[in-house]
Design a protein around this ligand. Structure first.
Ligand code: AMP
Length: 173
């Protein structure tokens, strides 16, 4: 067996992993950033005001075919996030009386945001730990894009396909 295939034993002094063995170097997504994803997806972000009604919110969610809205005040500052899940919860709590209620009564105010330079791995970790699927991108104090867990998974899938193709081309020559 070549020496490089032998598993390390207790007496071995140098147990450092090589570059090709580190998880980070094998995952391109370890270095891909929010800015990379946004440059392909665009920085559209759909916003609603805290005083708007849930009726307006559901129409916007339907028309834009999205699952969450950022809530901004008249100065454009982020005040909260409203997702379809918040609306479903309210529908169950106040049947028949939900749509006239104001966004500010239902939204989540403690919003986790990301910056363009954050890695996608870090965003995915925070979304998974926090159990939410949306993350507004904030730049210079204002929302400038929205990332969903689906976007991150899709980005990584494309990277994997690209990497597989490169490997195939290396093998075939
Ligand atoms: P979602 O999975 O994104 O539909 O959201 C599930 C719950 O998490 C809802 O109550 C949302 O208001 C909330 N939520 C969604 N995105 C965020 C975020 N980036 N920061 C904090 N809460 C969020």
């Amino acid at each position: 067996m070549p020496a490089s295939y032998q598993s390390p034993t207790r007496g071995d002094v140098n147990q450092k992993t090589t570059v090709s063995q580190s998880t980070k170097s094998n995952l391109a997504s370890g270095t891909a950033t929010v800015a990379n994803l946004i440059s392909g997806k665009g920085n559209d972000v759909f916003a609603i005001s805290p005083e708007d009604t849930l009726g307006t919110a559901v129409e916007l969610l339907r028309d834009k075919r999205i699952g969450a809205l950022v809530v901004t005040d008249s100065a454009g500052s982020l005040r909260g996030i409203l997702s379809e899940r918040d609306i479903v919860r309210k529908l169950a709590e106040t049947p028949g009386r939900t749509l006239p209620q104001q966004v500010k009564e239902v939204m989540t105010t403690n919003v986790e945001v990301c910056a363009p330079k954050e890695t996608l791995v870090s965003v995915l970790r925070r979304m998974t730990d926090g159990r939410f699927r949306h993350m507004p991108v904030v730049e210079n104090g204002a929302p400038n894009g929205m990332i969903t867990i689906g976007d991150v998974v899709n980005y990584r899938l494309n990277e994997l396909e690209h990497e597989a193709l490169q490997l195939k081309q290396m093998i075939v020559g």
